[in-house]
Write a protein that binds this ligand. Structure first.
Ligand SMILES: Cc1ncc(COP(=O)(O)O)c(C=O)c1O
Length: 447
């Protein structure tokens, strides 16, 4: 924070606001005053290239003119109407979501964000099975949100002591974490199939009515092998359990498709999709549960005991509609797929040079994970999960002073730039990462 106005803004905010996922008295972050494309404008004049789309949500970059215009125009027409009444823009967005998901004959329930999308997806799945407290299978090393049900569904070390998942009918199984396969598999695809078999066994054991999983990108750094989703789909279908795809992070092009599960084809469609983040390019808060026709058939004549005062807020739906049209008109889903493949190759080249990089995964779109290790042969983590190695914290700070913001969790660097990032900007950020890994995380020669 080089200049006095930036320092003053920071002090004001530290004196008044509680920020997420930090120790309040140690909060340290820049104040953002504007943005443009993949760039954030900071108080005091500096600019930072955003290599994480902030919270993996600003898929369209910052201040995309089409989103800003759509929100302003909707505000002129109608700011709010309750979800119990109709709003044309809400129906238009729902139709778009049913189209891009291929869920013809289904329905959309709007929420405010990702956690409540997952909560409501579980509620609707339970309603459709006629078991309001039916068991649900979820995964360790997953993240589904920070509300109490979100925490119960999540396999996230940060919140485990806060909630008893079993008390809320949630049962966890080990994840398809191929680099450190909890089932001892040595091939990625075997690990994916073993993880799906674990879900099947848990459904058999608990009589679960649903399973929830992130099909691809996730905060906890798991990117399942290609075998996982089709095997999971088969296992849940054979047992009559609904499959919920948590596409909060992976949706809207992040993994190179509208929804990440689409990589596996329509035959492997889930029964419900929860989404948020890229749904509005983060311009306004909005989540959604996209419900298949099969699920809708089961609930059509049952009381839907749910609601949020602001669900399906017209301003947020206008942003969502503009976002979907922008993804389509600017070809951003395909662009993410193309640039994501290129980014993965560049990161694999970094892996050749830096022994500290144990694994590189993702790359189906503009999402990739770099996993850092102390020893590549033994795969010893650089710090015990979920701690962040101090050298990585130093690397992130150095990158920020050089004008690039990277996201990290524990030993993981998560790359998820806006889908509109310039090719030169992306290349420059990876060059900087290369340089800073060499400087801050040197280890033995790459083997
Ligand atoms: C896969 C996934 N699900 C759910 C959530 C929770 O979304 P929100 O923070 O909007 O409640 C997140 C947030 O990072 C996520 O990545």
């Amino acid at each position: 924070m080089p200049n006095p106005s930036a320092r003053a803004a920071h002090a004001d905010e530290a004196a008044s606001v509680l920020h997420s996922w930090c120790v309040p008295s140690t909060w340290q972050a820049p104040t953002v005053v504007g943005g443009d494309g993949a760039w954030l404008q900071l108080e005091g004049g500096a600019r930072v290239l955003d290599m994480s789309s902030l919270a993996e949500c600003s898929h369209l970059g910052h201040q995309h003119p089409r989103l800003v215009r759509a929100i302003a125009e909707q505000a002129q027409r109608l700011c709010f109407v309750t979800n119990q009444w109709g709003a044309r823009v809400r129906a238009e967005l729902a139709e778009e979501l049913l189209t891009v998901s291929g869920f013809a004959g289904g329905r959309v329930f709007f929420t405010l964000a990702g956690a409540d999308a997952n909560e409501n997806a579980v509620k609707i799945a339970r309603l459709a099975s006629g078991q309001p407290r039916g068991a649900v299978v979820a995964r360790e090393r997953s993240y589904h949100g920070a509300t109490f049900m979100g925490m119960a569904l999540s396999g996230d070390a940060r919140v485990r002591e806060w909630v008893d998942p079993a008390a809320l009918g949630v049962h966890h199984v080990p994840p398809p974490y191929a680099y450190r396969c909890p089932f001892g598999s040595t091939s990625d695809d075997d690990c994916g199939r073993a993880a799906a078999a674990a879900v099947a066994a848990k459904i058999d054991q608990t009589g679960a009515v649903a399973a929830i999983a992130e099909p691809n990108a996730g905060t906890n750094g798991i990117v399942p092998p290609a075998s996982y989703w089709p095997a999971l789909r088969r296992a849940t279908r054979e047992r009559g359990a609904w499959l919920i795809a948590d596409e909060v992070m992976s949706g809207f092009g992040r993994c190179g498709r509208w929804f990440a599960w689409q990589q596996h084809g329509a035959a492997h469609a889930p029964d419900l999709i929860s989404c948020a983040k890229g749904l509005t390019g983060a311009a306004l808060p909005l989540g959604a549960v996209i419900v298949s026709a099969a699920v809708y058939d089961k609930i059509a004549d049952r009381m839907l005991n749910t609601g949020l005062t602001y669900c399906g807020h017209p301003l947020a739906c206008a942003a969502g509609l503009a976002a979907v049209q922008t993804y389509r008109d600017e070809g951003l889903i395909e662009r993410s797929r193309r640039l994501g493949g290129w980014m993965l190759q560049r990161l694999r080249a970094l892996q050749q040079r830096h022994a500290v990089i144990g694994d590189v995964r993702g790359g189906d779109g503009l999402f990739a994970v770099i996993e850092l290790v102390a020893d590549r042969q033994t795969r010893t983590p650089l710090a015990p999960w979920p701690q962040m190695p101090p050298a990585l914290a130093a690397l992130l700070a150095a990158a920020r002073t050089r004008g690039v913001s990277f996201a990290a969790r524990g030993n993981l660097i998560l790359l998820a730039p806006p889908l509109v990032i310039g090719e030169d900007e992306l290349a420059g950020a990876i060059d900087l990462l290369d340089e800073l890994i060499g400087r801050h995380l040197p280890t033995e020669q790459a083997r």
